[in-house]
Design a protein around this ligand. Structure first.
Ligand SMILES: [Zn+2]
Length: 614
């Protein structure tokens, strides 16, 4: 159905029709509409409770000798319930906005909720500050108290922030200023990039595409289409050089300033603390990844041979090889995923089925909708929601599998309370990548045709390269950009050059980078919304490669231990969560195992290609 749009720029947009047309999520479990009176009432209720909470507990936590354990527990429970209700409103506003960023009423609602949440956050801020303010010895006594056992991990995590917090007045001020500071820049980025249109000439006519649509063309069979898609992407982005640079470089400076004020020793330190992982383990993982760039290059050379090219161009990286993968409707995708998940565990199948049956997925491609894909798992009292842009490609099946993996995690972890719910970033991508592997193996098994097998295998290797090697490149780029910003303001040229330098060692002489690729950094949302997020993809993928290998060795015996990991949500630090699965990420051999698995996939593809050439 054609939707009336207030934006002139929407006119002339031609959207291909996919099987996902009309598949929209039902947000009715949250609220009825953007002007549902329950939203305002909910916010007012949360605010009232926050005020009462402050009255009851202010200056009763940071007291000589500490509060009684029972009193601390009562406060935590109250706070947790409040946050849970606030999540419902916040999630609704976020999802409504993601579904159509162009509607002013969606933007308004989100802004209103953000402001209210900030106010409420400020009212209860004292609680964690007072807890952090207790002397170590007093805190240790409470941490060991059996009454608080269920919240030990939460309380411990908060204490770790102790060296980095500012006074309450400063924290409140920052919280309020962030709305027109870093959060405003992030909003500008989202609104700019979702509004961009890309004119692409094909068969004598010019199509105006959204970013998701133009990015989907990097998988096109025709080299010329791929080349032009890339060119158009970077051409349009480069025209916004001023804003894109200003946004990124301001956010870097903001982070550097905050790092100084909060006494973080380096730009990644805050992320490591959040991830509950130490710098040494991450650096080790990244170094081992770099040592293995050759594996990716070995693959790129093989791919060039398969495509009959002397050398791969950047825009050939994701070109289909072997047999063109058959198109796949969303209905079929559903069957495939349910079957593959079901083979692993019937529990998986039943949980995943709900997402389709109960309309927790928004799969349609339409203007104004956020690009890419995500799964939101807001709180134990709610269910997860998935957004994707499904374009009938077999690759999109993997995306659905990925997001459903998150969905399973979000669903199973509902056994935890809110403060123990979210997994740390380091294990946040475990279930998603594992879900992709299940579906990939299933697809490979049911395909008898070697050319289709090769196509699948190459697709998986490319995805793995994109998740492991490329994310490592992205992280190295961020490190370098932060380092460079310390020397003064960054020009567009300086950021572009930093980007190319970070990509150099990965592509080596196996892939030719294009001129336009200088702008490759400028549309990546992670750089804007969550700095240094990308290494958790490397972590997650390598972790899963090793877990998946174990599943293949142990079979059914592995399943319950894996389910336990998902059940546990964020109730423990990653090291403790993974211990029952025998994972030690301080051991370089552990990381190398993941790469051995990637190499064996590349070798398998080479053998398959060899038999086809003969
Ligand atoms: Zn993910």
């Amino acid at each position: 159905m054609q939707q009336a749009s207030a934006h002139g720029e929407e006119r002339g947009v031609s959207v291909e029709t996919f099987s996902s047309a009309g598949v929209r999520w039902d947000l009715g479990d949250l609220f009825a509409s953007h002007d549902d009176p329950r939203i305002q009432a909910g916010l007012a209720d949360c605010r009232g409770r926050a005020e009462a909470f402050a009255q009851r507990y202010r200056e009763t936590i940071r007291v000589a000798g500490g509060p009684a354990a029972e009193r601390l527990l009562a406060a935590i429970l109250e706070l947790e319930a409040l946050e849970e209700d606030l999540k419902r409103v916040g999630t609704f506003a976020d999802l409504l906005y993601a579904a159509d960023t162009s509607r002013p009423e969606h933007r308004d609602l989100r802004e209103r909720v953000e402001l209210a949440a900030t106010e409420i956050g400020n009212l209860v801020l004292f609680f964690e500050l007072e807890w952090m303010g207790l002397a170590d010895q007093v805190a240790a006594g409470l941490l060991g108290h059996p009454v608080l056992a269920g919240y030990r991990h939460y309380l411990d995590r908060v204490r770790r922030q102790r060296p980095h917090i500012l006074s309450e007045a400063e924290e409140r001020l920052l919280n309020e200023r962030d709305n027109t500071g870093p959060r405003a820049f992030a909003r500008l980025f989202t609104e700019l990039t979702t509004g961009l249109r890309f004119p692409l000439e094909r068969d004598g006519r010019t199509d105006t595409l959204t970013m998701s649509e133009v990015l989907a063309l990097v998988y096109h069979t025709e080299r010329e289409v791929r080349r032009r898609a890339y060119e158009t992407l970077f051409d349009v982005l480069s025209k916004h050089d001023l804003v894109l640079t200003a946004v990124y470089e301001t956010l870097i400076q903001d982070h550097l300033t905050m790092d100084r004020l909060r006494r973080f020793p380096h730009p990644m330190a805050e992320r490591h603390l959040d991830n509950e992982i130490d710098e040494k383990a991450v650096e080790q993982m990244m170094a081992v990844t770099e040592e293995n760039y050759g594996v990716a290059q070995q693959y790129f050379r093989m791919k060039a041979r398969l495509l009959g090219l002397p050398k791969l161009g950047l825009y050939d990286q994701y070109a289909p090889v072997g047999e063109a993968l058959p198109a796949c409707s969303l209905d079929r995708a559903r069957d495939i995923v349910l079957q593959a998940f079901g083979d692993f565990s019937p529990t998986f199948r039943e949980i995943a089925r709900q997402f389709f049956d109960r309309r927790w997925i928004d799969a349609e491609v339409r203007p104004g909708k956020r690009g890419g894909a995500f799964c939101a798992s807001p709180a134990p009292s709610l269910h997860p929601f998935i957004l994707c842009n499904y374009t009938d490609n077999l690759r999109d099946v993997m995306t659905v599998a990925h997001e459903l993996g998150h969905g399973l995690h979000g669903w199973l972890a509902r056994k935890q309370t809110l403060l123990n719910y979210d997994p740390p970033l380091t294990t946040a991508e475990t279930a998603s990548v594992f879900g992709e592997f299940l579906v990939f193996d299933h697809l490979l098994r049911v395909q008898a045709e070697p050319r289709v097998q090769l196509a699948l295998l190459c697709g998986k290797i490319e995805d793995t390269c994109a998740t492991v090697f490329r994310q490592n490149v992205l992280t190295r780029f961020e490190q370098a950009a932060f380092e460079r910003r310390k020397g003064g303001r960054l020009t567009p040229d300086a950021i572009c050059q930093t980007w190319i330098e970070a990509n150099g060692p990965y592509y080596g002489d196996a892939v030719e980078m294009t001129e336009g690729y200088r702008w490759g950094w400028s549309y990546i949302p992670h750089f804007i919304h969550s700095r240094f997020y990308c290494y958790s993809y490397v972590f997650g993928q390598l972790l899963v490669l090793s877990l998946y290998r174990r599943y293949k060795e142990e079979g059914a015996a592995f399943v319950p231990r894996y389910l336990q990991l998902l059940d546990a949500g964020g109730s423990e630090a990653p090291e403790a969560l993974l211990k029952p699965l025998g994972v030690d990420f301080h051991d370089p051999v552990f990381w190398q195992k993941g790469f051995d698995e990637i190499r064996s996939m590349v070798e398998r593809a080479e053998r398959l290609a060899g038999t086809l050439e003969r």
